[in-house]
Design a protein around this ligand. Structure first.
Ligand code: M6R
Length: 606
């Protein structure tokens, strides 16, 4: 998704903006630009492509020199990636950068055309710049406040006015934006990461709040231009936490951070050996009140929810449905009072999930958010909240966030099963104890991961792959398959192993490797039969199972041996080799592992 940075202070603004934009690269983008006041005039530099392309352009044309400005990385929505469609966009006296989508841009554009306004780009952003300019009466706050009332959609804007060269203005509606406060300097950014090397203090802007940044500090106003007082927050991450820490890629670092992320997430929620989610607003009484649970999420978070469904239904015998957030909203869902809707999201800003959560609330359900990003929209709007403590996840391919989402799903399932009397305290303690052991088991895998590189090297020439499994292994296959396709660009699908024979097996040839996951003892024989079916049709089979499992040599070509562990918690263990196989395949193919093409880390458009 697009990234915004803005600066007012004493430093070299171009350098601050470019540094900040580099920190936001993980969000995904296809063009970039900055606008800086140079000798009182707004100077714009922008380019299609990566930040290196913009830097190259500035080397040739001269980089703007100044101390006040705004910058942007664009992920194209309206209009192709091109120099002209890149932000910033100017509308005369007003220059802006924009994150999000203006749904009624066409209507506004038509109106402005009737007023003689002309346009250079295809973007919805230029429409906002021109509308602001059309309305501008010398008072930026009043103009912004009046203009945003006409905008429909989600947006965060960074704005500079040609006749206010000492200020940056900003306003947000749905799309995230923070305002950083330093010593005689201030910042705006889509993410704290962009400014953390300069300041840890920041304000979270609420819906339709407007901020004015100057060297004398930050002033914040509500949608009607009335001043508001806000709590200054402090980010507690250090710069090392957000660097690569010696790893070749963020993804590899984040895979290795999983044991710590699990410990950080579960420890505060375990008391006397039992799950305790009271600080999140979840007590045994609250849990007993729910008759049905809906889990809503997207992508990897939805896969974590799928693991949750298997575990909750098995342990607590409460019915769970899992929905893709973008489908939930449009299928007249049967959700209402007495239901619990769990929203899982790393970023807490995914538009599909946020909108689905609002709908669930409107229908009378209670909502519980499982979110990694502090203070994000989903975290703020949910009735109950469990933060996952994975720390910042930079790689677009989610790994440690998935891990802690599952860890929370287990804790939740244990507590629910206890609440509804399906397990007693002794059983519950034994489950919690197993969960506490998972970080050590994962570390063991991370210390012996060479086999995953070997497996990856056998996959790089494949055009297409299948991941198969049964039960929890099927839930896990979905995640393995998504991980591989998003960063290796090799097509892959996950299939319930028993479903193959109903159609998909016709795809099997010697050119279609199959990655089979078999960690569930009760399903072992059945999965092995399915493996033999694909092997007999020429597939190269890679099996992920326990080291101790005895497999017929002719049935598989390669295998990854997992440490012995409890069946129910195996998804947390077995996902690690799947993440590593995807990672090394991407590395071997020479792809941009942390920033795969066409993808964004935080998807803030529906
Ligand atoms: O921030 P969220 O957890 O809501 O994001 C949901 C998906 O967009 C995300 O998990 C996506 O599928 C990842 N790129 C997968 O690695």
């Amino acid at each position: 998704m697009c990234g915004i940075v803005g600066y007012v202070g004493k430093r070299d603004c171009t350098e601050v903006l470019m540094n900040g934009l580099r920190k936001l690269e993980y969000r995904g983008y296809d063009s970039a630009g900055i606008a800086v006041f140079q000798n009182g005039e707004i100077t714009v530099a922008k380019s299609k492509g990566r930040l290196d392309d913009l830097e190259e352009r500035m080397k040739q044309d001269g980089a703007p020199i100044g101390q006040v400005g705004i910058g942007h990385t664009r992920w194209a929505t309206h209009g192709e990636p091109s120099d002209v469609n890149s932000h910033p966009h100017s509308g005369g006296r007003v220059t802006i950068v924009h994150n999000g989508i203006i749904e009624n841009y066409k209507e506004i554009k038509d109106f402005l055309i009737t007023k003689g306004v002309s346009f250079d780009s295809d973007t919805d952003t230029e429409v906002v710049a021109r509308l602001l300019d059309y309305r501008y009466n010398g008072s930026p706050i009043q103009t912004i406040s009046e203009t945003v009332r006409d905008l429909k959609g989600s947006y965060a804007l960074g704005i500079i006015f040609a006749d206010h060269p000492e200020q940056v203005y900003t306003v947000r509606c749905e799309s995230p934006l923070i305002v950083g406060v330093g010593e005689l300097e201030s910042f705006i950014a889509s993410d704290v990461l962009a400014i953390i090397e300069y300041t840890r203090n920041y304000y979270l802007l609420e819906h339709e709040e407007i901020a004015v940044l100057g060297r004398d500090g930050v002033h914040i106003y509500d949608a009607f231009g009335q001043p508001v007082q806000k709590e200054l927050k402090t980010a507690d991450w250090d710069v090392e936490t957000i660097g690569k820490g010696g790893y070749a890629h963020f993804m590899l670092k984040e895979i290795h951070e999983q044991p710590t992320a699990i410990r950080n997430t579960i420890r505060p929620r375990i008391r006397d050996g039992l799950p305790n989610l009271e600080e999140c607003g979840i007590t045994l009484e609250v849990l007993r009140a729910f008759r049905h649970i809906h889990i809503i999420a997207c992508g990897t978070a939805m896969h974590a929810g799928t693991v949750g469904k298997y575990v909750i239904e098995k342990l607590a015998c409460v019915q769970v449905t899992v929905d893709i957030a973008s489908e939930f909203r449009y299928r007249d869902p049967l959700v209402g009072e007495g239901d619990l809707v769990i929203i899982i999201s790393q970023s807490g800003e995914t538009a599909d999930s946020l909108v689905a959560m609002r709908l669930a609330k409107k229908l009378g359900a209670k909502t519980l958010a499982i979110v990694n990003a502090m203070g994000s929209s989903i975290a703020r709007e949910a009735d109950m909240l469990i933060y996952t403590y994975a720390g910042p996840e930079i790689a677009v391919a989610s790994t440690k966030a998935y891990m802690v989402q599952i860890a929370v799903m287990y804790l939740f399932a244990f507590e629910l099963a206890l609440a509804v009397g399906k397990i007693d305290e002794t059983k519950c303690r034994s489950f919690v104890h197993l969960l506490e052991q998972t970080p050590d088991v994962i570390s063991e895998i991370l210390n012996h991961k060479e086999q995953t590189q070997y497996i990856a090297s056998s996959l790089i020439t494949a055009d297409s792959l299948l991941y198969i499994g049964r039960g929890l292994d099927y839930a896990l296959s979905m995640e393995g398959s998504l991980k591989l396709k998003e960063i290796s660009y090799i097509h892959s699908e996950s299939y319930a192993a028993g479903e193959l024979k109903h159609g998909t097996i016709s795809l099997i040839t010697e050119n279609m490797p199959v990655i089979a996951v078999a960690t569930q003892k009760a399903l072992w024989e059945k999965t092995i039969s399915n493996i033999k079916e694909v092997k007999a049709r020429g597939a190269k089979v890679i099996l992920v199972c326990r080291k101790s499992d005895v497999v017929d040599k002719d049935a598989v070509d390669m295998r990854f041996g997992l440490p012995d562990f409890d069946d129910m918690l195996m998804p947390m263990i077995a996902v690690v080799p799947l993440q590593l196989i995807a990672y090394y395949t991407s590395v071997l193919k020479g792809n941009d592992v942390d920033k795969p093409r066409n993808l964004a880390k935080s998807v803030t458009v529906e």
